[in-house]
Design a protein around this ligand. Structure first.
Ligand code: UGA
Length: 434
């Protein structure tokens, strides 16, 4: 059992810290945000993530998981310190490392024994070395030694606990064999494949993985756009491609493009990293552009089906960037809804949990509904932006009774063409025949 301190109780820090506690470690999660820590101490979880609340509560009750704002003490008590603070995108597209640097400084000032310092945040190649330099230069006791490790996380929002407890691999980039072994031992209970690399390679693996997945999505969206023009069905095409184990079937779901806190930020960051070392990553620039344009594809479909949108009543189903999260960061709805409003449409919207978040973005420009039926009532077209289960399971007979016109524009291919047609809908989806 190791004493672990996790600095930053955002998505990554909170989930990883909880999972390390779940496998039997003593974990202290810290944050500078007193309100957040107070809430966590009371069992109030600041993010929506299935299963997290119960798991946090259990580990707190069993005295393995603690929360504090006293970062210096938590550093001094720990064997392993995980840095999991935010690395927001700066105006240039580069990752902003100010919080990482600040934490490294605090670690240096409080280092009282050998410790392993682990970067969990997604950071540009070279950040591990930067942390090493900053910690070294702020050491209050210069006899102390430490190592730095890059141990990127591969969790998906909405299934983060499951992903963490059943991780497919742990990538460990370390400055010494001893540090690599400590972190490998820490991961032993997860019974996962472990890859030990250099610091730089581990940092690159995270960006290369996320941006490759983003590339798969933009690729299939581009293929979907061609499918529409040649009469093919992208779901059949993706299925056929995915049967080739070299391609794989996952992340080939065509739609309205990727969103969230990771892919948009990481694709821009990797372009920036490449630029900074003199490589023009035009492939990734196209991935980003294709993703941006995919939002417009769906707006154009609405316009084509309904004609001028002024005064038309639209029902938007789903606001979050994907199901099982209330996260609205870079959600396609943030571009699509304003585009519809600019064309004069009236929008009623529903999301099972992201409505509160959505108010921050749309204010009173749209009407928020708490029930699906209320949203659909009187709609001249239904627009699906997030594939929540309750949206996929809609009873189309009932929907038809409620709407003004039986039109569905489905940005997530939730229904089969046969089903939509059998219920008499004019059904436009992505990359499939009408
Ligand atoms: C992503 C990665 O999947 C995780 O491995 C990684 O750890 C995480 O970023 C991160 O860097 O923290 P996440 O952003 O939570 O996870 O969500 P995903 O499930 O990957 O979905 C991202 C976006 O791609 C969503 O907007 C989703 O709708 C879209 N997507 C995904 C598609 O449009 N088609 C697909 O086939 C799959």
């Amino acid at each position: 059992m190791r004493k672990i301190t996790v600095i930053g109780t955002g998505y990554v820090g909170l989930v990883s810290g909880t999972c390390f506690a779940e496998i039997g470690n003593h974990v202290t999660c810290c944050d500078i945000d007193q309100t957040k820590i107070n809430k966590l101490k009371q069992g109030i979880i600041p993010i929506y993530e299935p299963g997290l609340e119960e798991t946090v509560a259990r580990n707190v009750a069993e005295e393995r998981l603690y929360f504090t704002t006293d970062i210096p003490s938590a550093i001094r008590e720990a064997d392993i310190i995980y840095i999991a603070v935010g690395t927001p995108m700066s105006v240039t597209g580069a990752a902003d490392l100010r919080y990482v640097t600040e934490v490294a400084k605090t670690i240096g000032e409080n280092l009282n024994a050998y410790k392993v310092i682990v970067n969990k945040s997604t950071v540009p190649v070279g950040t591990g070395r930067l942390v090493q330099r900053v910690v070294q230069s702020y050491l209050s006791d210069t006899t102390q030694t430490f190592d730095v490790v890059s141990n990127p996380e591969f969790l998906r929002e909405g299934s983060a606990l499951r992903d963490c407890m059943n991780m497919e691999r742990a990538v460990i980039g370390a400055t010494s064999d001893k540090a690599a072994q400590w972190i490998a031992d820490l991961h032993a209970p997860f019974q996962t494949d472990i890859l030990i690399t250099s610091l730089e390679s581990a940092e690159m693996i995270k960006y290369a993985s996320n941006t490759f997945l983003a590339t798969k999505i933009s690729f299939i969206n581009a293929v979907a756009n061609i499918c529409e023009r040649v009469g093919a069905d992208v779901t059949e095409v993706a299925k056929g491609m995915g049967m080739d184990s070299r391609i794989g079937s996952r992340f080939l779901q065509a739609g309205i493009g990727y969103g969230g806190s990771c892919f948009p930020k990481d694709t821009h960051a990797l372009v920036h990293i490449a630029d900074s070392v003199g490589y023009d990553f035009h492939l990734m620039k196209s991935v980003i552009r294709t993703n941006d344009e995919q939002r417009e594809v769906v707006v154009e479909k609405v316009r084509q089906v309904l004609g001028p949108l002024k005064g038309r009543q639209l029902s938007v189903l789903g606001l979050a960037f994907k199901p099982n999260t209330d996260d609205m960061r870079d959600a396609p709805s943030l571009q699509i809804i304003p585009a519809l409003l600019r064309k004069g449409a009236r929008v009623k919207a529903f999301d099972p949990i992201a409505s509160k978040e959505a108010v921050v973005h749309f204010g009173d420009k749209i009407e928020y509904c708490t029930r699906l039926e209320e949203t659909i009532q009187g709609a001249e077209a239904i627009l699906i932006l997030t594939e929540w289960d309750e949206i996929k399971q809609l009873d189309l007979d009932r929907v038809k009774e409620l709407v003004q016109a039986p039109v569905i524009i489905d940005g997530r291919n939730c229904f089969s063409l046969e089903e939509a047609r059998a219920h008499g809908f004019i059904y436009h989806s992505i990359g499939r025949p009408v």
